[in-house]
Design a protein around this ligand. Structure first.
Ligand code: HMG
Length: 391
């Protein structure tokens, strides 16, 4: 059977970040609660002229660098930060990137899970059409509300992946474990721009769905814990991933997992997330970028386990194998430069970005230029969002 999977991968996040020690001081909390208790250092903060469209387009521009855009026949846009109830956000991205007219575009929603569905949906299409490619973008801005317990787990980012036959980065295995359950752990009604969350309950569900999906995946694939060199997890907060991995090790007879193995299995994949925060749909795949960019060893032919969790909830366990020559298509320098060069916000600047209000009456509103990205939201007029490409 022809191999299918991820051919190129890049992410984008805001050029502005808030150190969680600044938030801790303002909220009267010991900073180690965030640094150690949650394992989180910083959160990326979107500027008023950035949204899921501009972040996705910025990520995709990079992921398409080594790809013939005329081969893109489908654009799948995963998000839970929708900007419109009807029109797919991907249509703006299609336009900004000049993708071919012969192209399907759709937006997918199921909390943090939908990028994984998009990935799985693309695979049979690619097997049938090995000369075509699919652009998958996942883009989100996590907002819980100022002063709420979820605030410290906010973040933002977009990931873009070109999916293809004979991929250069990662070939996906065909077995997966998947579970759906109607639970209210995290949701956002249409009238609210912040999520409602039962934090502790959501963390329990995250762990119990991991066990269920892993067991299904293990039974179907015949693979064991030891068959995976590294693990990537959806990362709402890194500490929960550490707990999840210890749990997975335990149910597989490794109790406790040594610190060295714990580090080797998950630490590279967590590194970018510690500095970005939760990026919802993008988070799992930013974890993959983190692993591929930062692992010291050669990952060729190594199998990676993936746990995708979207509140509400749908969870899935799957795996993939890193391809020979993968280093040639990594965007390591671009990613590291972006994270290194971010501007640190004061608390007041963070709150100003956070509370920025757009008119809702159709009047013309020009958005101040903050972002250093290639694409920005420049104005809103007649209820239409107007984007521009910055030269
Ligand atoms: P919280 O109330 O901020 O934190 O909630 P806490 O009181 O549970 O403390 C966290 C840890 O810090 C504890 O350790 C404390 O002991 C420790 P633990 O008991 O967990 O091992 N701690 C300290 N450590 C060192 N020094 C100190 C100190 N003080 C305390 N001084 C929570 C944390 C994650 C629940 C919160 O941030 C939240 O509600 N976040 C949003 C929901 C969330 O992230 N849920 C995770 C699973 S659901 C999911 O992944 C889906 C999601 O991405 C959405 C989607 O699917 O779209 C969220």
């Amino acid at each position: 059977m022809v191999k299918v999977g991820i051919d190129t991968l890049s992410f984008y996040t805001s050029h502005f970040s808030l150190d969680l020690s600044v938030l801790a001081e303002k909220r009267g909390v010991d900073q180690n609660k965030y640094y150690q208790g949650l394992g989180q250092r910083k959160m990326s903060v979107a500027t008023p002229d950035e949204d899921v469209v501009t972040m996705a387009a910025n990520a995709a521009l990079r992921a398409l660098r080594r790809v013939d855009i005329n081969s893109i026949e489908m654009l799948l846009f995963a998000t839970e930060t929708g900007i419109d109830q009807s029109k797919a956000a991907g249509i703006y991205v299609h336009d900004l990137l000049g993708l071919p007219e012969r192209c399907r575009v759709i937006e997918l929603k199921q909390a943090c899970y939908s990028a994984t569905l998009a990935l799985q949906l693309a695979l049979p299409f690619l097997r049938q059409n090995p000369d075509k490619k699919v652009l998958l973008v996942a883009s989100d801005i996590a907002r819980y509300g100022l002063g709420t317990p979820g605030e410290s787990s906010q973040g933002c980012g977009a990931v873009a992946m070109v999916l293809s036959a004979n991929p250069r980065l990662l070939a996906l295995d065909s077995e997966y474990g998947v579970v759906t359950a109607n639970v209210m752990d995290f949701w956002r009604p249409n009238y609210s721009d912040t999520a409602i969350v039962e934090g502790k309950y959501s963390s329990k569900l995250y762990l119990s769905m991991l066990e269920k999906t892993w067991k299904q995946y293990q039974a179907l694939s015949g693979r064991n814990f030891e068959d995976h060199a590294h693990y990537c997890y959806h990362t709402p907060v890194p500490r929960l991933v550490e707990k999840a991995h210890a749990h997975l090790a335990k149910i597989n007879g490794h109790d406790p997992l040594t610190d060295d193995l714990m580090h080797e299995h998950i630490n590279y994949s967590l590194e970018y997330g510690r500095r970005i925060g939760n990026s919802y749909t993008a988070s799992l795949y930013i974890g993959l970028a983190s692993l591929l960019d930062l692992a010291q060893e050669d990952l060729t032919d190594k199998r990676i386990g993936f746990y995708s969790y979207g509140s509400g909830c749908v969870a899935e366990y799957f795996s993939g194998v890193v391809q020979p020559g993968y280093k040639k298509v990594l965007e390591t320098e671009y990613h590291q430069h972006m994270l290194r060069e971010r501007t640190a916000l004061t608390y007041a600047e963070y709150e100003r970005f956070y509370t920025y209000a757009y008119p809702q009456n159709g009047s013309r509103h020009d958005v101040v230029h903050f972002t250093q990205g290639r694409f920005r939201l420049s104005a809103i007029e007649d209820h239409k969002r107007i984007y521009e490409t910055v030269s």
